[in-house]
Design a protein around this ligand. Sequence first.
Ligand code: NDP
Ligand code: MG
Length: 386
Amino acid sequence: MNAPKKIAILGSTGSIGTQALDVIREQKDLLQVEVLTAHSNADLLIKQALEFKPNHVVIVDEGQYAKVKGALSKEDIKVFTGSKSIQDLMEITSADTVLTAMVGYSGLLPTIKAIENKKRIALANKETLVVAGALITELCNQHQVEIIPVDSEHSAIFQCLVGEDLTAIEHIILTASGGPFRGRKRDELSAVTKAQALKHPNWSMGAKITIDSATLMNKGLEVIEAKWLFGLQPEQIKTVVHPQSIIHSMVQFKDSSMKAQMGLPDMKLPIHYAFFYPERKSTSLPRMSFEQINQLTFEQPDIETFRNLALAYEALNKGGNMACILNAANEVAVEAFLHDKIGFLEIAELNEKCMQQVTFIPNPTLSDYIETDKETRSKAIELVNG
Ligand code: NDP
Ligand code: MG
């Protein structure tokens, strides 16, 4: 038997992280955990470390370090703290695959370090490609590193493209569930609450991506993510609302053939696929049955109401650091919405204002991206408090 694949999970206590550990639990002989990291959920991190026995764990929150260190003192596990230590670990871990399941901009620098150290990237953290897609793509080429997407739509496209020539793509179609407010108009959305926005019809996910799904920002971020993963032009990336979330996305080829990848909505499949690609292994995941699914429907997204999707295309067309601005503004806006500081419709308004007001840089370097993220956050916070 082959040696097990060695996996680092960045963000192991989150929605993707815990589902990745479910996948690993089912494939214990084939997958081995090397690294687990969390921001502040010490109790779950300790429990995971005791079960999966990684070589290294990181608890970013320094206030939780003593607790984690104490609880794992009898184990052969090194414990680190501080966000920089996730980057440093990428230099020393023997993991061959890094699952980036942290949320937001926090994924960028660890992913860069992982690429520089030639780790295969199983990418859940789409924000990394949104913020700095050009730079990440260049680094992957330079270090000959593959990114295998975990986002369900991109995993679907990736699966449709196995054995295909990328130049045969006419366009791709990302499917969107439409979120909890599908069909509503602006006047019906001004007073929606965070509890309503956090109720996603088909997927159970972390808070940030659940709000992004409700505003269609998530689909916008995915359009940008697709550009970099598959080397497409903005006009080659289309979206369609498909409320059942059974078709995970599609590719239209230039000979008129269209491929779709389907299945029940369950993130464990794309996670499993990314770990084992190019192989397919058996899983116990539930199978889709056409006796239970009697219709698949499609409609056009309403980008007048859900402005964020239009803003993502604007950012993509503008290039430079514009998507980085959009991402940072959106992270602040979502946080503010979750703390009842702004209303639902103000999320897109704030994003748009930041895109107009923050310094545009056509050919950003890494330090420009870092600076843009900072500048945008302070502008966005000013707008929230204004
Ligand atoms: P969660 O909020 O559930 O989990 C985030 C994880 O990252 C947790 O382990 C959290 O630790 C950790 N974390 C949070 N902030 C920081 C930080 N500043 N530094 C280091 N670690 C941090 O998110 P999800 O699992 O939902 O999403 C993770 C990523 O995957 C996102 O980029 C999302 O867009 C993407 N994704 C998620 C999908 C899903 O179904 N959930 C589907 C497709 C993509 P702690 O628990 O201690 O706070
Ligand atoms: Mg997705």
